[in-house]
Design a protein. Structure first.
Ligand code: NAD
Ligand code: IPM
Ligand code: MN
Length: 348
């Protein structure tokens, strides 16, 4: 089994190093690792955020463990050269369309949530976010209006096949959990969302055991704070899912806690924390590595078919938290490496 490691930028290398230590401690036979350049680090080294060798390694690998990309030095480059194109390019080139972002409160962390403890304690939800379409991948550009004003544009679209594919992911996930699927859209305004809603309803005929509901995205943002315990699985488009998952992270305690898997049709997966490269704390040992450690657990579960090893990591994270492991984002003072130490010490 080959794992491609893409540390990337900012805190990426720091958090990937801790996930690697945890994986090594499991001493799983037959795992090999190859590291690749992505993001600003790749641009600075070879002039492109997703070099051909990196893409080739990604295609060859059984799974990809990704840190984060994004570098303020690169923010004024032409868009196709910006670090973020690495993650977008990998998602597109490998057909990684189904982005699973679970948000569950570790009981020990209910105090870290931005919500009241009794509201936060009830959170156990999964956001299923489509990542191959939407406004992210439509035609975009800058132009001049007839009056000579500068105008930026990004076309938002989904075709029915894209929606159908993610709908099945959502329904299947709901079936395996508590049987509730909430589709989040903006069908009161957007044609893209009207198609989304129509296709969700069509696909629901194949899942009579799953209760489908619909919610507008503005209401969903509000409900996530008011009563997040009402959600089981949320299925939504690329941009709404991006925004709602950052919001969900603060409901459970910290952006440094949320892991993700992005799968394609052959269950090849890319695993990454939902957060970015955090340039404001990079190189200071302040980053919480747990989202990345938990992403490694998702990798073992979904792409490498090693659920017991995934359970071991998740149990070790829970135990480390119960033992008081807290990085600054969780209100503590432990460094990135000390958080890794705490997980290793808790590993059975
Ligand atoms: P961010 O997620 O990097 O950071 C937002 C805030 O959360 C910052 O204050 C940061 O310090 C904090 N934070 C993030 N991860 C943390 C962790 N593990 N531990 C503790 N604190 C953490 O979002 P941003 O600041 O909007 O973006 C920074 C760069 O990251 C941008 O270039 C952006 O494009 C990129 N980005 C990349 C990804 C990705 O690689 N998948 C995701 C989001 C943003
Ligand atoms: C994420 C990030 C990316 C996204 C950016 C960096 C392109 O915010 O993975 O959540 O918007 O998908
Ligand atoms: Mn995001």
């Amino acid at each position: 089994m080959l794992i491609a490691l893409f540390p990337g930028d900012g805190i990426g290398p720091e958090i990937i190093a801790q996930a690697r230590r945890v994986l090594d401690a499991l001493a799983i036979d037959g795992l090999t690792y190859e590291e690749g350049l992505v993001g600003g680090a790749a641009y600075k080294a070879v002039g492109h955020p997703l070099p051909p060798e990196t893409l080739e390694l990604a295609k060859r690998a059984d799974a990809i463990l990704f840190g984060a990309v994004g570098d303020p030095d690169c923010d004024s480059l032409e868009r196709h050269l910006r670090p973020e194109q690495a993650i977008l390019g990998l998602r597109k080139a490998l057909g990684l369309f189904s982005n699973l972002r679970p948000a569950k409160v570790f009981p020990e962390l209910a105090d870290a949530s931005a919500l009241k403890k009794e509201v936060a304690s009830a959170i156990d939800l999964l956001i299923v976010r489509e990542t191959n379409g939407d406004v992210y991948f439509g035609e975009k550009g800058m132009r001049k209006t007839a009056e000579g004003l500068r105008e930026g544009y990004d076309i938002m679209s989904y075709n029915e096949e894209q929606v159908r594919k993610i709908a099945h992911q959502g329904f299947q996930a709901a079936r395996a959990r508590r049987g509730k699927l909430c589709s989040v859209d903006k069908a009161n305004v957007l044609e893209t969302s009207q198609l989304w809603r129509d296709v969700m309803i069509e696909v629901s005929a194949e899942y009579p055991d799953v209760a489908l509901s619909h919610m507008y995205v503005d209401n969903a943002a509000m409900q996530l704070v008011r009563n997040p315990g009402q959600f089981d699985v949320i299925v939504t488009g690329n941009m709404f899912g991006d925004i709602l998952s950052d919001q969900a992270s603060m409901c459970v305690g910290s952006i440094g806690m949320l892991a993700s898997a992005t799968l394609n049709d052959s269950n090849q997966g890319l695993y990454e924390p939902i957060h970015g490269s955090a340039p404001d704390i990079a190189g200071q040992g302040k980053a919480n590595p747990l989202a990345t450690v938990l992403s490694a657990a998702m990798m073992l579960r979904y792409s490498l078919n090693m659920p017991e090893q995934a359970d071991r990591i998740e149990a070790a994270v829970a135990k480390a938290l119960a033992n008081g492991a807290r990085s600054p984002d969780l209100g503590g003072g432990m460094t990135t490496v000390e958080m890794g130490d705490a997980v290793l010490a808790a590993l059975n």
